[in-house]
Design a protein around this ligand. Structure first.
Ligand SMILES: [Zn+2]
Length: 78
């Protein structure tokens, strides 16, 4: 099953969800279901590099997710 990354519109939290066809996405932080899916890619389960976590943390801290996505793309292309 694919794992997708979501962005909560209510509290700005980013989280990953294992999505089934009938899954209703709920934010683990605030419980809101008003979320948007980020990049349509499948996260390799158990193979998420530590670097990606750091970049995500940095992006979250800076509130600049668009810049983060570009960097992440470059990382995964290599
Ligand atoms: Zn939330």
């Amino acid at each position: 099953m694919p794992i997708y990354e979501f962005h909560c519109k209510a509290c700005d939290e980013q989280y990953e969800v294992l999505v089934r066809s009938s899954t209703v996405v709920t934010c683990p932080k605030c419980g809101s279901q008003d979320a948007e899916r980020l990049v349509s890619r499948i996260a390799p389960h158990g193979k998420i590099p530590e670097m990606r976590r750091k970049m995500r943390a940095m992006a979250a801290a800076g509130g600049d997710t668009s810049n983060f996505s570009k960097k992440e793309h470059a990382t995964f292309k290599s």
